[in-house]
Design a protein around this ligand. Structure first.
Ligand code: PLP
Length: 465
């Protein structure tokens, strides 16, 4: 059996990578100057690199390895499916068992009425599908002018032209001529960072009402949909005030705007329910899925579409859209097995009843550190703010992200993968973490934050702007 061998010393692998591999979301020269980290294996929640160093994966890969690494059942299912039918398309009046079985299973676990699935290869592709789908839907209803999609600044919906336009990441919009036309952005419900001295619930309402104001400005007859993550992930694990979502729901219902919940992170147990919509009591028309759908073992994304919308699409002739790998049989078979394991091993129940409550309690203790504020979780998502002055919610006397990046480096050194977004530290670990592993995670986080704190003080950065 041929295998990609791993007998070269790390330094030689790094040279090869630097010579031939362009990395996503990476400053290439900066990376190559220091040498890339090479992950060689993983089991449960623990990664091993090419130097044999073990790290607790506080990010579940990229928010996706919900069931943890190393489940042999998924490897078996993939191998079996490859032998029986490695590929066939779903375009020309054909289907295959994995695609149809997975769609039926997703319809079972999705909220009432969300019963059709359009497959894509990733979350980005699925959101591109959503742009075309909602516009096609409104055209089919005799309302072709309902084209504009409203989304949020600092939201993340993917990296293709369409999905990055939906996203509100200013760094992404600065490159390559984004956003595309007919996408509009409103503010995010980030009270800690943008709420100033207002009450959080008032702020949540105010940010939701920006949607109503934007609809009024554009004209209801021109707006197709609003898209948002139930809990923002890549923007910094931003948990909206409780007042926010009910008001968004009211506005979408009242103004006949389709609501797209981007569940790419929140779906498949991350919040302690199958979907973030269920945890937050949101009633979407479309849900974007990817990541935890396969626990990252295969690339797969999709859109779960409400019955009425799907029936209108079916009744509107040919929807001229699709991907070669829509519903790929190996990916779909792996997803089905992943959903089986999530259910039968009680992993979502474990997340909801054991891991998430314990994580919430332990994570909150990090706020006892003099440099930490806003240490909160929602399900198995956690965020905290590094600040030199909690009382003022102040920023450091350094470029935003300087201290966060240092903290992330310290985490790696201490055997923990934790990500930074600016000067926020965030986690999204596998759902299978035991209380003992949560203790380890929080201990390593504290130690890393404390080492960062000492270094930052030494360098004169522990001062407010
Ligand atoms: C990761 C992510 C995407 C994009 O998914 P890809 O599979 O990377 O294309 C879309 N939306 C959200 C909320 C995400 O976190």
């Amino acid at each position: 059996m041929s295998q990609i061998t791993n007998h070269l010393p790390t330094a030689e692998l790094q040279v090869l990578d630097a010579a031939h591999h362009l990395h996503p979301f990476t400053d290439g020269d900066a990376l190559n100057a220091k040498g890339v980290r090479i992950i060689t294996r993983a089991d449960g929640a623990v990664l091993t690199d090419s130097e044999g160093l073990e790290m607790l994966d506080g990010m579940a890969g990229l928010w996706c390895v919900n069931i943890g690494y190393g489940r042999p059942e998924l490897a078996q299912v993939a191998a079996d499916q490859m032998r029986q039918l490695p590929y066939y398309n779903t375009f020309f009046q054909t289907t295959h068992i994995p695609a149809l079985a997975l769609a039926a299973r997703i319809a079972e676990v999705a909220p009432e009425g969300m019963d059709h699935v359009f497959y894509a290869g990733s979350g980005s592709e699925a959101n591109d599908t959503n742009i075309r789908l909602v516009r096609h839907y409104w055209a089919s209803q005799g309302k072709p002018d309902k084209r504009i999609i409203i989304s949020r600044r600092n939201g993340y919906h993917g990296s293709t032209m369409g999905s990055a336009s939906l996203g509100g990441m200013s760094g992404m919009h600065a490159q390559g001529g984004l956003p595309i036309p007919d996408i509009e952005h409103i503010g995010q419900p980030f009270w800690y960072g943008e709420g100033g001295d207002t009450d959080p619930q008032d702020f949540g309402l105010a940010r939701a009402r920006e949607l109503e104001a934007k609809i009024a400005e554009l004209g209801e007859d021109n707006v197709a949909a609003f898209i948002a993550e139930p809990i923002q992930g890549a923007g910094g694990v931003i948990i909206p005030p409780e007042s926010y979502w009910p008001e968004i729901q009211r506005i979408c219902d009242q103004h006949e705007i389709l609501l797209i919940a981007d569940e790419v992170i929140c779906g498949f147990g991350r919040t302690g329910e199958w979907f973030g919509c269920q945890a937050l009591n949101i009633r979407p028309d479309i849900m974007t899925i990817a990541k935890g759908l396969t626990s990252g073992y295969q690339p797969l994304g999709g859109s779960i579409v409400r019955k009425e919308v799907a029936e209108a699409i079916n009744a509107a002739g040919e929807f001229a859209h699709g991907y070669t790998y829509s519903g790929h049989p190996v990916a779909a078979a792996v997803a089905l097995e992943n959903l089986r394991i999530l259910e039968e091993d009680g992993i979502i129940t474990h997340a909801r009843e054991v891991a998430a409550p314990y994580l919430a309690e332990k994570w909150a203790t990090l706020a006892d550190h003099p440099m930490v504020d806003d240490a909160r979780t929602f399900g198995m998502l956690g965020g905290l703010q590094l600040t030199p002055d909690k009382s003022a919610r102040a920023k450091f006397k350094a470029d935003v992200g300087t201290v966060g990046l240092r903290c992330r480096e310290r985490c790696f050194g201490n055997g923990l993968v934790m990500r930074h977004v600016g000067d926020r530290m965030i986690i999204s670990p596998p759902l299978i973490l035991t209380p003992a592993q949560i203790d380890t995670l929080v201990e390593r986080a504290w130690q890393s934050i404390d080492e960062t704190f000492l270094a930052v003080r030494r360098d004169g950065l522990f001062e407010a702007m």
